[in-house]
Ligand binder design. Structure first.
Ligand SMILES: Cc1cc2nc3c(=O)[nH]c(=O)nc-3n(C[C@H](O)[C@H](O)[C@H](O)COP(=O)(O)OP(=O)(O)OC[C@H]3O[C@@H](n4cnc5c(N)ncnc54)[C@H](O)[C@@H]3O)c2cc1C
Length: 420
């Protein structure tokens, strides 16, 4: 059935990427978003305590994220990211104060692991070689099945990398997903492993420019309009959307892309199986005027609770992934416990606790386990005029910005194919 108009449910990165692809191909597009603004799990807001715009959570991208760079180019925001060139990942152990920097070399032969100046101090060649098992991981292997724990490298390299990439503890995270990440980045060499962070805010880099571009192409974007129900005919096809504002008929020439998180899909399509469970990410933003300026944009932390420290002018923000154990811990207790780790990284453990904001994203990503990997559906879902997008839909990639953008483009391609 040819499709001339597409309704996209959800204005996160997946929905925005789908809308960009469709509108670039001359399709008429309407985007319905439940929240008052776009961005979903990748958003920014003004925090009154810190009196500045902060992100819901620190987001790291890498130069291997080709879909991210295509997207930034399309919305004219390539100059709004910072790229760490050459690739370097400084680390600090917040217990011992030891510092080191991981520096991948150019090309696919990773001789950097043998160089004291580029590798993890104390790691032996045989510790690194044990990681080869990851590249041969089977579908049901967890990361812990492949990488021996209790090694120096587990705590100082694999754990910060794995937990951040998959937002799932190593004993339950899919080894194949981590292997895919490594193949795309470190295994290809320095050029593909550079850290990419936003210059000012997630919204200023990834969201607002996309909204501007879509509006300039005539795309209708309706905020504060939650889709409550999809009406279906006996074939299963969607015939109307019931939203918080109105009923919208879906004609034979309409397509629908549902770009909502996996945990919201059952409200709309209860017969479509989805991954089960989600994992929390905790972010603490500390106001540090005059203290973060000398810091690199990104520092790995080991030995404590926080895993990664992101610094920009006047702000030090830390991320704790797979953080469900802290879901009920009060913000003040978290800030008091984690601040000494940040102060150590900033170089002065005696710094008093400054103003802070704690953001708990209780459902940051789906639980990236082997069982859930097998439940990811791809863009098609057996409903004739509906396609799926979202970071949870595309197999073989972690639930990330890259995965979300790719999923939106895949769903849009399906619509474009049908229209031909
Ligand atoms: C704290 C945190 C840190 C992260 N760190 C990183 C990182 O370092 N690197 C990285 O690459 N990724 C990171 N991620 C993951 C990344 O943010 C997500 O993968 C990505 O934003 C998901 O985009 P999406 O469009 O698939 O889903 P979402 O962003 O969840 O968008 C879905 C949208 O659908 C809307 N919606 C839901 N139901 C309805 C409905 N019924 N009607 C209308 N609208 C609806 C929602 O309001 C939302 O706006 C992080 C995520 C979090 C939360």
């Amino acid at each position: 059935m040819p499709v001339s108009q597409t309704i996209i449910i959800g204005a996160g990165l997946a929905g925005l990427a789908a809308a960009l692809r469709l509108s670039a191909n001359g399709h008429r597009v309407t985007v319905l978003e439940a929240a008052p603004a776009a961005g979903g799990r990748c958003r920014s807001f003004h925090d009154p305590t810190l009196d500045r715009v902060i992100d819901n959570g620190n987001h790291l991208m890498m130069t291997a994220n080709e879909a991210v760079f295509d997207y930034l180019t399309e919305v004219g925001a390539l100059d709004r990211v910072r790229i760490g060139t050459p690739a370097a990942y400084p680390f600090i152990d917040t217990v011992t104060g030891q510092r080191w920097t991981v520096r991948p070399n150019a090309g696919p032969v990773p001789w950097w692991v043998l160089m004291r100046s580029r590798s993890v101090p104390g790691a032996r060649l045989r510790d690194w070689l044990a990681g080869r098992r990851l590249l041969r991981a089977r579908p049901d292997d967890t990361v812990a099945d492949c990488i021996p724990d209790a090694t120096w490298l587990w705590r100082r390299f694999w754990e910060p990398l794995s937990v951040a990439a998959l937002n799932t503890a190593m004993h339950e995270a899919s080894a194949q997903l981590l292997a895919a990440t490594c193949r795309l980045t470190f295994a290809r060499g320095e050029r593909w492993s550079r850290p990419v962070t936003v210059r000012d805010s997630l919204a200023a880099t990834l969201i607002d420019p996309a909204i501007d571009r879509l509006r300039s192409r005539g795309v209708e974007i309706s905020f504060g309009e939650r889709v409550r129900q999809l009406h279906r005919d006996p074939t299963g096809a969607v015939t109307a959307l019931e939203t918080s504002r109105r009923s919208r008929a879906i004609g034979p020439d309409h397509g629908v892309i549902v770009a909502v998180p996996s945990w919201n899909l059952p409200d709309l399509l209860p017969d479509v199986p989805v991954p089960e469970g989600s994992r929390m990410i905790l972010n603490l933003h500390f106001s540090v005027p005059g203290h973060a300026g000398h810091m690199p944009p990104l520092t790995g932390l080991t030995g404590g609770i926080a895993q990664w420290l992101f610094c920009r002018e006047g702000l030090a923000s830390v991320t704790v992934s797979a953080a469900d154990r802290f879901a009920e811990t009060p913000a003040q207790a978290l800030a008091t416990r984690i601040w000494p780790e940040v102060a150590t990284a900033l170089g002065d453990r005696s710094l008093p606790l400054p103003e802070y904001r704690v953001v708990k994203e209780r459902r940051a990503t789906f639980a990236e386990t082997p069982a859930n990997e097998a439940r990811r559906p791809g863009p098609e879902c057996q409903v004739p005029n509906v396609f799926l997008a979202g970071d949870w839909t595309v197999r073989g990639l972690p639930a990330t910005i890259e995965g979300a953008i790719r999923s939106g483009r895949l769903a849009a391609d399906q619509v474009i194919d049908r229209a031909m």
